[in-house]
Design a protein around this ligand. Structure first.
Ligand SMILES: [Zn+2]
Length: 137
């Protein structure tokens, strides 16, 4: 006797197979609508990726991307409005762009572009900025 794994009735005729989450169920005609139908034997893997697994995959991917974002930020701790922060820090430190540039051993135009957020400072330049303007950033 073959029973439906959802409602428990005896399956008359051919059993249907559906996937719910990552499990595959042998069900009656009526219950086949509750999942995506898969072919074949109960022990073979579902051919379609069950909805539950797809959601898990998406979640896993999202976690991965969040992780990557975090690592990126951690690597270059600049954050938003870095231009304004650099400018304010420089002004608090009482430095002119040219003076800061000299301390950085960089061109004044670089400082100006960073403050205007025309360019994102390289890790090296940001490191120097942090050392020089540490108390003000
Ligand atoms: Zn059933």
């Amino acid at each position: 006797m073959t029973e439906c794994e959802i409602c428990g009735v005896e399956i008359r005729g051919k059993a249907r197979y559906i996937a719910i989450g990552s499990s595959k169920l042998q069900v009656c005609q009526k219950c086949a609508q509750y999942g995506s139908e898969v072919m074949g034997d109960k022990d073979t893997r579902a051919k379609t990726t069950p909805v539950g697994e797809q959601a898990q995959l998406l979640k896993a991917k999202r976690r991965l991307y969040e992780q990557m974002d975090l690592e990126l930020e951690a690597e270059l701790d600049i954050g938003e409005d870095y231009g304004r922060r650099v400018k304010e820090a420089r002004e608090k430190a009482g430095l002119k762009q040219a003076e800061l540039a000299k301390l950085l051993n960089e061109k004044q135009s670089l400082v100006r572009k960073i403050e205007n957020e025309e360019i994102v400072p390289s890790k090296e330049v940001w490191g120097k900025l942090e050392r020089i303007l540490k108390a003000f950033l």
